[in-house]
Design a protein around this ligand. Structure first.
Ligand code: HEC
Ligand code: HEC
Ligand code: HEC
Ligand code: HEC
Ligand code: HEC
Ligand code: HEC
Length: 508
């Protein structure tokens, strides 16, 4: 008996080495993970709705277990070999002997190679899927749910809802991919231990230059021409009177080869290279601006107030103006209450025949709440009570309109306000225009001057031309394309709209 089995053992030592606790555990683990991965991939192929947790399980966690299992099999054989050689099993050769002339060993060798090939193929597919998955909107926006919820929700309401987060935040290329995943790993840690700041800070310091992100889809030389834009404002009066301003915005653009070079994009992006220094993190206070034209002529514009000393200018960090200086909220637009309500009313989602609806909605949306739930409850309670107590007739006749208004104000709140993360339009201002935040007037205030007295102009017609203005039912004549303010304020140049118009309505 000893002879026979001893002989067999010498002929095929490999399978026996596998027969140890660690390797068996490893095999069970690998088989179970492989089967689960295949099963989940199958589900994913059949199910059109994507589920974030499925992806992280199928492409990251389970493959981890699979590799661990394979590792255990290997470690098990090593330990077993060690144990046996200690016991003095002298017939163990240091490496397995492979003899391809032996039909049995040949078969085994072929099936082993086949399996290895298949395994490598599947893992290549798996790692590609893992790469794809970690770049997906679901991974960025939903897995870090509570933290990036504001960005994710507002993004879905933006023009870029179909553009992946990584197309703006990471861009193409392995280096940036790695950088983003490394900082991502830190973010996972900070989320886990609740170390993240609220709100997540802007500017995003590792945001790539716009040339490598935005310009993949929008190239600055594209000529936009003048764009017609209509601004609808509902008044804070009982009738919610509508005021409309229709204007042409001189977006422009173009390239010298094709002709047509004018407008905002041309001046700001193509014809000039503009660099500036900002005092604050949000880049709202800009004391120094430099313009360089293609011939290399340089001009420095210095703010009247808070001018920097030459030493400060030399040592401050300068930033080259690109798309994100003006379009800083292309995807995460936290719309101010005033504008959000104007849009809903204009879209017919709120019944403008309800007295003071504009004023009341803006007031509700401008309150501070601690949680979204508290806000949602207060909006329903207070709007209802307002009409019940002040307008009994309207209340009984227009219950449906009041309920619809409640739903719409709650929707606005849930889309643009995030008290849990301290995010709303005041924490992340939009720099386009100058009505709700100073935006373009950070530099175009007529108070940034060169030594010779040239200013960055604030003339009302350099950026847009007003076509007409309609207030209620009457159309106001417009002189030379300039905006006529509803109440006479004299010369508007040099005036900050934001001094009176805040996103919460008019400052009294
Ligand atoms: C169209 C381009 C674009 C897309 C798509 C995009 N972002 Fe952003 N994101 C930006 C810009 C621009 C900023 C602000 C950069 C600045 O001012 O420094 C920003 C800022 C952020 C911030 C910082 C906080 C804030 O609100 O300023 C977070 C977090 C963020 N994005 C997450 C996401 C997530 C998650 C997605 C996908 C669901 C996404 N982004 C999609 C362009 C984009
Ligand atoms: C992957 C392609 C892609 C990238 C990258 C991209 N965009 Fe867009 N952008 C779009 C599409 C698509 C639209 C929608 C066009 C439409 O609605 O006609 C759009 C629309 C816009 C609009 C008009 C939207 C509006 O609010 O009305 C602006 C402004 C804009 N993008 C700026 C940017 C900026 C700034 C960046 C870089 C931070 C950027 N985009 C990156 C594809 C992209
Ligand atoms: C000086 C500020 C400024 C800079 C810099 C700037 N833009 Fe614009 N852009 C505007 C303004 C203003 C409009 C008009 C639309 C508006 O008012 O919402 C506009 C319009 C656009 C539109 C068309 C929006 C639409 O409704 O169709 C796109 C796309 C766009 N910009 C992309 C870019 C890209 C990409 C860059 C960087 C290469 C860039 N912009 C740089 C101010 C700027
Ligand atoms: C960081 C400072 C800065 C900001 C912010 C800024 N600009 Fe400018 N802008 C300049 C400078 C500098 C010039 C060049 C002035 C010159 O050549 O006289 C300029 C020139 C222009 C011109 C050509 C004006 C002319 O006199 O012919 C237009 C149009 C323009 N900007 C539009 C905008 C718009 C729209 C915004 C906001 C969305 C904006 N700019 C925001 C610095 C700025
Ligand atoms: C540097 C460029 C620039 C200058 C100078 C400028 N504007 Fe504007 N203005 C804009 C842009 C860009 C928008 C569009 C903002 C948007 O798309 O939301 C705008 C929007 C407006 C609107 C509509 C705002 C709203 O939300 O209803 C009015 C009204 C207006 N401007 C009046 C003026 C007046 C009056 C002056 C002169 C004191 C002036 N603008 C100077 C760039 C400029
Ligand atoms: C001194 C305060 C003050 C300043 C500064 C001011 N406004 Fe107004 N604005 C008002 C008041 C008050 C009304 C309301 C008039 C009414 O109810 O008929 C108003 C109404 C408006 C309206 C009609 C829509 C509405 O909400 O009733 C527009 C558009 C407007 N202003 C644009 C501007 C722009 C653009 C600027 C900057 C160039 C500006 N305003 C600067 C006080 C101001």
């Amino acid at each position: 008996m000893t002879d026979e089995s001893g002989g067999r053992q010498a002929a095929k030592p490999t399978p026996r080495l596998l027969r140890n606790f660690i390797s068996i555990l490893g095999s069970a683990m690998s088989i179970a993970s492989a089967a689960s991965i295949l099963f989940l991939i199958l589900i994913e192929l059949l199910d059109t709705r994507s589920n974030p947790y499925l992806g992280i399980l199928a492409y990251i966690i389970l493959p981890g277990f699979l590799l661990l299992g394979l590792g255990l099999i290997f470690i098990g054989t090593l330990v077993e070999r060690r144990r046996r050689s200690k016991q003095g099993a002298s017939e163990l050769s240091p490496f397995p002997v492979l003899d391809l002339n032996d039909a049995r060993q040949r078969r085994r060798f072929l099936s082993f190679s086949g399996f290895t090939f298949l395994f490598l193929f599947i893992s290549a597919f798996g790692s590609y899927r893992a790469y794809e998955f970690t770049d997906s909107v679901v991974f960025c926006g939903q897995l870090c749910h509570s933290v990036m919820n504001p960005e994710f929700v507002a993004y879905q309401a933006s023009a870029h809802a179909r553009v992946r987060c990584v197309d703006c935040h990471v861009g193409a290329g392995a280096g940036w991919y790695l950088r983003s995943k490394l900082s991502g790993a830190y973010q996972v840690y900070s989320v886990w231990f609740k170390k993240y700041p609220k709100p997540i800070p802007t500017p995003v310091h590792n945001l790539r230059p716009a040339q490598e992100t935005c310009e993949q889809c929008h190239w600055p030389e594209k000529f936009f021409g003048t764009q017609l834009k209509m601004f609808n404002h509902y008044g804070f009066d009982e009738k919610n009177t509508l005021t409309q301003v229709r204007m042409l915005i001189n977006t422009g653009g173009g390239s010298p080869e094709k002709g047509l070079v004018t407008g905002i994009h041309w001046h700001m992006n193509i014809a000039n290279e503009i660099t500036y220094i900002a005092n604050d993190d949000h880049r709202q206070v800009i004391p120094w601006v430099q313009r360089k034209d293609p011939q290399g002529n340089v001009e420095e514009f210095v703010a009247e107030t808070g001018a920097l000393t030459p030493d400060q200018i030399a040592s401050s960090q300068k930033r080259r103006m690109d798309c994100v200086e003006c379009h800083n909220r292309p995807a995460h637009v936290y719309v101010p209450p005033d504008r959000a309500v104007n849009e809903s009313m204009f879209a017919g989602k709120m019944d403008v025949s309800l007295p003071f609806l504009k004023e009341k909605s803006v007031e509700l949306l401008s309150r501070r709440f601690d949680t979204t739930d508290a806000a949602v409850a207060a909006i329903a309670r207070d709007l209802d009570a307002y009409y019940r107590d002040n307008y009994a007739r309207v209340y009984s006749a227009k219950r449906d309109s009041i309920n619809a208004a409640v739903t719409e104000i709650q929707r606005i709140y849930k889309t643009y306000f995030f008290p849990e993360m301290n995010v709303d339009w005041t924490s992340h201002v939009d720099n386009i225009g100058h009505y709700y935040s100073i935006g373009c007037f950070r530099c175009h205030d007529g108070k940034h001057k060169t030594k010779t007295g040239k200013v960055i102009r604030e003339d009302c017609n350099i950026c847009h031309t007003v076509l007409d203005q309609i207030e209620g039912v009457k159309t106001i004549a417009v002189k030379n394309g300039s905006f006529q303010h509803p109440i006479d304020l004299g010369d508007l140049t040099g005036m900050k709209c934001t001094d009176c118009h805040t996103g919460k309505g008019l400052k009294q």
